[in-house]
Design a protein around this ligand. Structure first.
Ligand SMILES: C[S@@+](CC[C@H](N)C(=O)[O-])C[C@H]1O[C@@H](n2cnc3c(N)ncnc32)[C@H](O)[C@@H]1O
Length: 224
């Protein structure tokens, strides 16, 4: 009888240990990580658009816009307020809900889509404008070129490799999320480069607060 109990307890401990080990091994997904970051009342990057978007708005081609990795919607809502027909995509459903709330607050509409951009179909010649702020997936860029209408524009801002030298507490720490010098110019060499800047600026956008090494780009797809 005593031996049976010892065996049962040993088996329970072993099962518990295996479950715990399994839980510890399972890596947290990007969606879980971003949902966790956005799960608060305040807007993590604020409600105002990226300064570069605001500054260049008048130069951008009006019409149908796609906002990649739009987060809580500060840039998507701003474009909708300025007459664009906006679709915004993000992996985080929590962010998408916050975007919808911001759009309601500002009295505009955004077609807000929860999707992983790694396998999201951007389509062909669909958009007058595509934006990409503070998200970097180099493999997406050829799809961006394809998804632009002739004369459509792409506006981009993201941390560059130099950001690592600034040892800031914000921004990516992994090279694959940082833009290397000239790599965008190579990808977009078949387009018209309207603007390119590789610089250090002072950011004041929610958790992005302080010096930031960034690359900014605006390109235009040639007319057919
Ligand atoms: C630094 S935030 C920038 C958000 C927004 N662009 C802005 O400037 O406020 C990066 C965003 O990328 C989104 N993201 C990360 N991986 C993604 C993926 N594979 N597909 C779609 N969105 C993704 C995150 O959910 C997050 O909202």
């Amino acid at each position: 009888m005593k031996t049976t109990w010892v065996i049962i307890i040993a088996m329970l401990l072993l099962t518990g240990g295996l479950v715990l080990a399994q839980q510890q091994r399972e890596p947290i997904s990007d969606k879980q990580r971003w949902d966790g970051r956005y799960d608060r009342e305040t807007y993590v990057y604020g409600k105002e658009p990226v300064a570069f978007l605001k500054e260049k708005l008048d130069r951008l081609k009006k019409g149908k816009a796609l906002v990649l990795a739009m987060g809580e919607g500060r840039n998507a809502v701003y474009l909708a307020q300025h007459g664009f027909d906006v679709t915004g995509v993000d992996i985080s459903s929590v962010a998408i809900e916050k975007c919808k709330r911001l759009a309601d607050e500002r009295g505009v509409q955004v077609n807000a889509v929860v999707a992983d951009l790694t396998d999201y179909d951007l389509g062909s010649e669909q958009y007058d404008l595509i934006t990409n702020f503070y998200f970097y997936d180099k493999s997406l860029l050829p799809k961006v070129k394809e998804a632009l209408k002739p004369e459509g524009m792409f506006i981009f801002e993201q941390f560059s490799m130099d950001h690592l030298k600034l040892a800031q507490r914000f921004g990516p720490k992994t090279a694959k999320y940082l833009v290397k010098p000239k790599e965008l110019l190579e990808v977009f060499q078949s387009t018209r480069i309207l603007y390119y800047e590789d610089t250090v600026i002072e950011l004041e956008e929610g958790m992005h607060k302080g010096a930031a090494a960034i690359i900014r780009l605006i390109v235009q797809k040639p007319a057919e």
